[in-house]
Write a protein that binds this ligand. Structure first.
Ligand code: NAD
Ligand code: MG
Length: 305
């Protein structure tokens, strides 16, 4: 099956009003268990399953995506496969069901999907993940550091050492470790893309640990971008605004904030994961050959530096 046949009659190229492209959702003020599962997400999110249309922009590329089982990572995995790439997927073992759904969508495009469950807090997994991806794909030329942990806490006094450690190990240590290992394999022309956040510059008072890691990711992107540019490897970031993914109802937001999620953006609604995919495709593709150290904001219109 080709992406032309997989996509429905409306795709990301269809002329449409961004205000009404997706409905404004009002999720229930209830928490689900962590890590959030796509299969529990209500209302369901749009990862582009029936709408993303590929045009061969990543033909023959080999991509490793962390957090590829759900949310933004799943939307990127689906888009990359439809653009012609093979994809290795990192995710937590308890997310196997979500990962299998994405694997089937990748394989429906005739592309290879390699499933590599594990915990990115574990330095050993960060190394073995890259090795397994290279073995399974026969090389590597795109790395998307996208996994993230976000748990809202009312006050700094309530922030446990355990959460502080887990947030930093997942959101920033793993970016250093996985990227360092990947550099053994990335050739000139390769691209690294990091998922940061609007939280890097507009931290919520309940997300001081998470937001700090996102500011670190922006800085890491700009510094490493300069370090690797002479080698022909481009490093960039994508900074999503409020996107409806399993991260949010599983503790990412205080429960009482969920019904209003995304409504304060100029577009007046939360974003859907598939709206992020074109940014990750652009930064991975050779179209972006002169784009380095950039953070591409995809946030419904919130001003960013
Ligand atoms: P998501 O829950 O669907 O994806 C996050 C993924 O991170 C999980 O699926 C999981 O596989 C992975 N992960 C978390 N801890 C891990 C660990 N210890 N080991 C291995 N994998 C682990 O949520 P999402 O919103 O799609 O998040 C993707 C990225 O986007 C994150 O970096 C997040 O910070 C960022 N982001 C999201 C939003 C938003 O509004 N949803 C906004 C800005 C930035
Ligand atoms: Mg998940």
């Amino acid at each position: 099956m080709t992406s032309e046949s997989t996509a429905g009659s409306t795709d990301q190229y269809t002329f449409q009003n961004p205000v009404t492209r997706f409905e404004s959702i009002t999720p229930a003020a209830e928490h689900t268990a962590e890590p959030g599962l796509e299969s529990d997400l209500e209302p369901r999110a749009d990862r582009g399953e029936t709408s993303y249309r590929g045009t061969g922009r990543l033909k023959g590329r080999k991509a490793l995506i962390t957090g590829a089982d759900s949310g933004i990572g799943a939307a990127v995995a689906i888009a990359y496969a439809r653009e012609g790439a093979d994809v290795a997927m990192s995710y937590l073992p308890e997310e196997e069901e979500d990962a299998q759904t994405v694997k089937e969508l990748i394989e429906a495009e005739g592309r290879t999907a390699v499933c590599i469950p594990g915990d990115l807090k574990d330095a050993g997994y960060c190394v073995s993940l890259v090795q397994q991806a290279v073995d399974g794909l026969g090389g590597l030329d795109i790395l998307v550091n996208n996994a993230g942990k976000q748990v809202a806490v009312e006050s700094l006094e309530e922030l446990t050492d355990e959460q502080l450690d887990h947030t930093f190990k997942t959101n920033i240590y793993s970016f250093f470790r996985v990227t360092r290992e990947a550099l053994k394999h990335l050739q000139p022309g390769s691209a690294i893309i990091n998922s940061t956040s609007i939280q890097a510059y507009e931290p919520s008072p309940t997300l001081v640990d998470y937001a700090s890691t996102k500011a670190a990711i922006n800085n890491f992107t700009k510094g490493l971008g300069q370090q690797l540019a002479p080698k022909g490897i481009r490093v960039n970031a994508v900074a999503p605004g409020p996107i409806w993914t399993p991260l949010q109802p599983s503790g990412g937001q205080p429960a009482e904030a969920l019904p209003e999620f995304g409504k304060a953006t100029p577009l007046g609604r939360a974003g859907q994961p598939t709206e992020l995919a074109p940014a990750y495709v652009f930064l991975a593709s050779s179209e972006a050959s002169y784009v380095i150290g950039e953070t591409l904001n995809v946030n419904g219109g919130m001003p960013s530096p």
